[in-house]
Design a protein around this ligand. Sequence first.
Ligand code: SF4
Ligand SMILES: [Zn+2]
Ligand SMILES: [Zn+2]
Length: 299
Amino acid sequence: MKCRRCKALAAVALPSHNTAFCPECYPLFFSSQVERSMHRQHMAEPGERILVAVSGGKDSLALTLQLHELGYQVHCLHVDLSIPNSSEGARIICEKFCASLGVPLSVIALREYGLAIPLVKTRVKRPICSVCGKLKRYYFNKFALDHSFPVLATGHNLDDEVSRLFANTIRWDTSYLSNQGPALPAAAGFARKVKPLYRLTEFEIANYCFLKGIEHVTTACPYSSKASFPIYKGLWSDLEARMPGAKIQFYENFLRQGRPVFAAWAKQQEESLQPCPGCGYPTSTDLCGVCRIKAMMVE
Ligand code: SF4
Ligand SMILES: [Zn+2]
Ligand SMILES: [Zn+2]
């Protein structure tokens, strides 16, 4: 197969785009996809300050490099989960990567808040991944607001988005279906959130990291077997292999046709959010989810 751009021998075949690229042209294709997503979804203004949530995984580091190369003022934030044999390595990778680009990095260590994930796991009787996700979202959002970043970017890719959409659809979770998307506007207590890699698959990002020589975390989190998304990802990989383009069609058609319907429905049902009495985070219940977790830690 030949490279679509320069006709040299192709190294990366992309059946969903019905095309292929050589190692020199593939990063250009990758950048064009990110730029297109940023532009289409009005994610950020040229040169704007962007807070990028980095885990040390391939997605968030590829995102950092892309936004940096596109000329945005990138500042990275890593949440250290304090998981033995996992978190320290992830933090070191983030530090090395940001230093190599000259991009500033801030680190929030959950253990400093009494919220180290292994400890939380012993106290909170809920799936640890949903609690961990809640804590990360909370601290990323808080940091963005506290430091006046106009936008918070995460490395969610097409596989993440499709699995989440599929999980929400299986449950017909209308509340989540009404606001899942690659760009969420700022609201009271919430920073603007964007996912510039939403059109790129894990395979495409892994190829980009390999060709760019990005060193990233390769070992799975010891708790990852408890997560349900890998099951959905496996199902969608099988479907994509039989029907190239199924993932992007499912997601893009949802954004165009499904989400507006759910969003209109949700507006009618709108629950009013109040600032949490413990920390000020918007919540529809008495205390916000993170303050409830903190309360369980001292019980
Ligand atoms: S696998 Fe679960 S516990 Fe581990 S980092 Fe991901 S969300 Fe957190
Ligand atoms: Zn080429
Ligand atoms: Zn709170």
